[in-house]
Structure formats: structure tokens, C-alpha cells
Design a binder for this molecule. Structure first.
Ligand SMILES: [Zn+2]
Length: 225
């Protein structure tokens, strides 16, 4: 598909012990704790016998494992800072070229799997300096015809800049992370795996190009071969 770039240059870095980004003490304690829980969750992930998908290897440069995800997050997010004046629905935001990510108190309300997915999403923005989303369609509904809504507010996001066109952007990274977690995390509970699948589907819907969607679906279907 046009515009699809192979992200294959990630090298296997030395695996650090835990995320290395600094966390500002200006972030309120509850949000800071939620952030740390998200990072700890990512670090503890262990893969099973099923190999990761091809896109997972391309995006994250390694297998389903805490080391892979901590290295990925560390490459994009160097500094976690407070969010002074968030708009409703904002969970986190990366500042172009800075490696700084602001975390809002909405982050605290998210379940653990979703916190981890947000960190992967923001780390993609931080690494690629790719901040742009495209406008979601006017008629923006899921497979059952229900309006697709914001993860933070539950409000419909038709015509909001909260979608991606291509299969290699932030929402695709979230989808591939979550699908691989659902299929291949060996130390996740059934509940965590089923929530990963739930959030994977929601990330998938944010990729609006049909070819890109087919490509992502095929990657999951190929998983484990
Ligand atoms: Zn984004």
C-alpha cells in the first residue's frame, strides 16, 4: 500500500533493567503510581512458544518480552512530565523532538493493559517524531454499527484527529503489540489476554485505510506460523 514504510532498522539494544526515562515529581502521586504500574507491567511480560508476528518483529525489533518493550519505550520516551492544561479526553502527549511525554490524570483511570498500550503508542510518536493523526471519518462506526468513541471520555470521535491512514503508525503499533500479547503472552492472565484483544480491536478501528486494515489482519492471522 502506498505510504507503508518498513520500520526494520531497530537494532537489538542492550536490555536495560527497567524503564530508564525520568519521572517528574510534579506529576501527581496517583498518576505517577499508575505510570509506574504501566511500565512495570510492560517489563514483566513474557512470551510463550508461539513466535511473534512479522510486524511485531519489524516494529519492536524482538520477541514478545518485557526487554523488547522497555527498550522500545526508552527509545521514544526520555522524560515523563506533568500535563498542565489537558483538553477533555487527552491521556498523554509527546512534544515534538523532545522525548518528553506529558501524562494526564486520565491515565490513572485506565486499566493496566490499556496503560501499557498508551505507553507503546506514545513511544512510537517519540521515536519517529511522527505526531500527526488524520481526521476520522464522518460516519465512524465499528463492525456492529456503533459509534467509535474516545478511550478516555466515551464520546464519539467522528471527524476528530484521532485516526491513522497507514499500517505502520501509532495505532498500528498499539494493535500489533496488543494482538501479540493476546496470542502469545505466557504470564498474562486470561483476563489480561482478553482485555488485550478488546483494546487491539479498538486500535484496529483507528486505522481507517482498508488496505492497511487488511494488512494488519493478515499479520495477526499469520501469527504463530
Ligand atoms: Zn497518538
Amino acid at each position: 500500500m502506498k505510504g507503508f514504510l518498513v520500520v526494520g532498522l531497530l537494532t537489538a539494544a542492550v536490555i536495560p533493567a527497567g524503564a530508564a526515562g525520568s519521572i517528574s515529581h510534579k506529576i501527581p502521586p496517583g498518576t505517577r503510581a499508575a505510570l509506574q504500574e504501566g511500565l512495570d507491567f510492560l517489563e514483566a511480560i513474557k512470551g510463550g512458544p508461539v513466535p511473534e508476528s512479522a510486524l511485531h518483529r519489524r516494529f519492536f525489533g524482538g520477541p514478545v518480552s518485557g526487554g523488547t518493550y522497555v527498550a522500545f519505550v526508552d527509545r521514544g520516551l526520555k522524560e515523563y512530565i506533568e500535563f498542565d492544561d489537558p483538553r477533555p479526553g487527552e491521556i498523554a502527549a509527546v512534544y515534538w523532538g523532545s522525548g518528553k511525554v506529558s501524562i494526564t490524570s486520565s491515565f490513572e483511570k485506565l486499566e493496566l493493559v490499556k496503560r501499557a498500550a498508551v505507553l507503546i503508542h506514545e513511544a512510537y510518536h517519540g521515536q519517529e517524531d511522527d505526531m500527526e493523526h488524520v481526521r476520522c471519518p464522518k460516519h465512524f462506526v465499528d463492525d456492529e454499527g456503533r459509534p467509535i468513541v474516545s478511550d478516555a471520555t466515551g464520546e464519539p470521535i467522528a471527524e476528530k484527529y484521532a485516526c491513522d491512514e497507514d499500517a505502520d503508525k501509532a495505532y498500528a503499533h498499539g494493535y500489533v503489540f496488543l494482538m501479540n500479547l493476546a496470542m502469545n503472552c505466557s504470564n498474562c492472565s486470561e483476563e489480561v489476554r482478553s482485555r488485550a484483544l478488546y483494546w487491539a480491536k479498538r486500535s484496529y478501528h483507528r486505522v481507517i485505510n482498508e488496505d492497511a486494515r487488511r494488512f494488519l489482519k493478515q499479520d495477526s492471522a499469520d501469527e504463530g506460523r
